[in-house]
Design a protein around this ligand. Structure first.
Ligand code: FES
Length: 121
């Protein structure tokens, strides 16, 4: 399992094997600016500061220019990390939309069931 860290806010998301960067953020309670989710529009572009990725499914050759690709521009809707990464979202597009999911995924312990909710048989 790899980790994606967001610069400069420091959020860290674990990415499952074969999972896209976008998929990992949505699974853990975040949302980001999206368009086609198929590597064809470029709305989701992020900047990779460290680490590498690959596209396991095709993306449009016209969406990310060669100069952008050389600078680390990535389409997270299709990109799968090949190791730990540091990325930056544009225009603050990343936002937390489900704090409860975030808490539950980060918590190692399952909270005890309140006694007033117990049932008798
Ligand atoms: S959402 Fe269209 S390229 Fe990622």
């Amino acid at each position: 399992m790899t980790k994606v860290t967001v610069h400069p806010t420091g959020e860290v998301v674990e990415v499952r094997d074969g999972e896209t960067i976008m998929g990992a953020f949505y699974r853990t309670g975040y949302a980001m600016r999206i368009g086609c989710k198929r590597g064809g529009c470029g709305f989701c572009k992020i900047d990779v500061h460290d680490g590498a990725f690959e596209y396991e499914r095709p993306v449009s050759d016209e969406v990310v220019t060669p100069a952008e690709a050389a600078d680390g521009v990535c389409l997270p809707c299709r990109a799968v990390p090949t190791g730990d990464m540091v990325v930056e979202f544009r225009e603050n597009s990343l936002r937390l939309v489900n704090p409860l999911m975030r808490y539950m995924l980060s918590s190692k312990e399952v909270p005890a069931r309140p006694s007033h909710l117990s049932t008798t048989v």
